[in-house]
Design a protein around this ligand. Structure first.
Ligand SMILES: *[C@@H]1O[C@H](CO)[C@@H](O)[C@H](O)[C@H]1NC(C)=O
Ligand SMILES: *[C@@H]1O[C@H](CO)[C@@H](O)[C@H](O)[C@H]1NC(C)=O
Ligand SMILES: *[C@@H]1O[C@H](CO)[C@@H](O)[C@H](O)[C@H]1NC(C)=O
Ligand SMILES: *[C@@H]1O[C@H](CO)[C@@H](O)[C@H](O)[C@H]1NC(C)=O
Ligand SMILES: *[C@@H]1O[C@H](CO)[C@@H](O)[C@H](O)[C@H]1NC(C)=O
Length: 419
């Protein structure tokens, strides 16, 4: 009797603790469910994905990083994709007469050269007698690309007979991966022409310092700075991974008026029978379309990420800090094939950098790029402008004062042989 009485207060305590635990877990579960349903309606797809709202303040983002990323969406809640009307003086891809639905991309043999791609576009394709005829080359059989009339002028490709609504620059960072780059080039020109875009393709390669750790942020900041100072009058920037090839003409490569557009929604690996992987809604990597003004609003990429990983998530945090959201095209058309490549060296410092990402927004980015990097070589051909960069130019600053140093648009440039 006596011992029982002594036990009962602690028993009550334990039971109430258990009850509290059950109650809170249920609440959380319910909360997740509601957000889940909203998300589903918003996307309007049949696939169920769980993206509950985050409770972690982004300013003080402390791990669990993975959980934060999986729980946070930067998709605009209300804004829909722009729907421009037909205007012959301002043609949008939607009204192109060359849209064919699925894009029959070509995977060439590995002995293809950049020169082959250029010859293909300026000779082979043009000389094809009939539009539907198959083309055989030494690097690929059965190419069925149509000959869409285009002219190359002042560094840009223009569709013949129409005026595109936007002038587009496709910016692609390289880290070796030349075979992917050639495959990308072979396909992207036809893809862009089917949408009758006025465009140029720019490769950005880090040639110094020679290290497996590349700095994608500095590469993009430098190339966009370079582009801003050219008189190409570009109105739309597309940051595009080299290993991704769009698979559907309905994925229009145009910038939106008010928001960046992110189009890497579903990706499948080449020769992978498992089908598409759908990406998380925090992602801005892969393919991102935006204007110069939008890029400046979040001060571009951070310049501090060396190696693979982190810089894209850093960008997403900048979006949140600037109250920017991204729009995404329809689930059906935003599909990509991913080419194979070896993975790069991971950046182990990325989690540390991410924790104070938004505090650096105004002091680490596009505004600060000019003193950090140097374009060492520019090779312009009709199919691509290839920029080679020293992304750590402060390391050997005296070198840049040598006699053959010239200034291009504020960036110290040295003409040297490609490294
Ligand atoms: C420039 O690019 C063309 C085509 O890819 C190539 O044939 C040529 O060797 C390159 N020139 C230099 C100096 O890199
Ligand atoms: C390139 O490779 C393909 C397929 O392996 C082959 O048919 C072709 O002859 C090669 N071309 C050259 C120029 O070696
Ligand atoms: C190319 O087309 C021919 C004739 O239509 C066909 O026999 C062959 O299998 C095709 N080759 C490839 C690689 O698709
Ligand atoms: C860009 O615009 C300026 C001013 O309108 C014009 O002089 C220049 O020719 C344009 N550049 C191109 C490549 O069209
Ligand atoms: C993909 O499959 C095709 C035939 O189905 C094959 O010719 C090609 O080599 C494969 N590519 C890769 C990268 O495995």
């Amino acid at each position: 009797m006596h011992s029982r009485r002594l036990c009962s207060p602690s028993c009550i305590l334990i039971v109430s603790l258990i009850l509290i635990l059950i109650f809170t877990t249920r609440c959380q579960y319910k909360q997740e469910n509601t957000v889940d349903n909203q998300e589903k309606n918003f996307i309007g797809s049949t696939e169920v994905i769980s993206i509950p709202a985050s409770t972690i303040p982004t300013k003080y983002l402390v791990v669990p990083y993975y959980e934060f990323v999986m729980r946070t969406s930067i998709t605009c809640r209300k804004n829909k994709i722009d729907n421009p009307g037909k205007n012959p003086a301002n043609l949008y891809p939607k009204y192109s007469k060359y849209l064919r639905g699925p894009f029959s991309y070509v995977i060439p043999s590995t002995n293809i050269t950049f020169d082959d791609v250029e010859q293909f576009y300026i000779k082979t394709l043009v000389n094809k007698p009939k539009n539907k005829q198959m083309i055989e080359t030494h690097f690929a059989k059965n190419i069925t690309f149509e000959n869409i009339p285009y002219v190359f002028k002042d560094g840009l490709w223009f569709p013949v007979g129409v005026t595109s609504a936007q002038r587009t620059a496709i910016l692609v960072t390289l880290q070796g991966r030349y075979y992917n780059a050639k495959t990308f080039l072979l396909n992207i020109h036809t893809f862009l022409r089917r949408q009758q875009l006025t465009y140029t393709v720019i490769f950005i390669e880090q040639v110094a310092p020679v290290t497996p750790r590349f700095n994608k942020g500095r590469l993009y900041n430098t190339a966009i700075n370079y582009l801003e100072k050219q008189s190409l009058n570009i109105t739309c920037l597309i940051l595009h991974d080299v290993d991704l090839i769009p698979e559907d003409d309905g994925n229009y490569y145009t910038c939106e008026r008010n928001h960046p557009k992110h189009t890497t929604i579903r990706v499948r690996k080449l020769n992978d029978t498992r089908g598409y992987t759908r990406y998380y809604e925090f992602l801005v990597g892969g393919v991102l379309l935006l204007t110069f003004d939008m890029y400046k609003q979040f001060n571009g990429f951070s310049n501090l990420y060396w190696g693979w990983g982190g810089e894209d998530d850093d960008l997403a945090l900048r979006f949140i800090e600037q109250k920017m959201c991204v729009v995404r095209p329809t689930y059906e058309s935003a599909i990509y094939i991913a080419l194979q490549h070896p993975t790069g060296k991971r950046n182990s410092a990325r989690f540390g950098l991410l924790t104070w990402s938004t505090l650096r927004l105004y002091t680490d980015g596009y505004e600060q790029i000019e003193s950090l990097t140097r374009i060492v070589h520019i090779n312009q051909t009709s199919i691509v402008t290839h920029l080679q960069l020293d992304v750590d130019a402060t390391r050997d600053h005296e070198h840049s004062a040598s006699s053959n140093a010239i200034k291009i648009g504020g960036i110290r440039t040295i003409r040297t042989k490609p490294v």
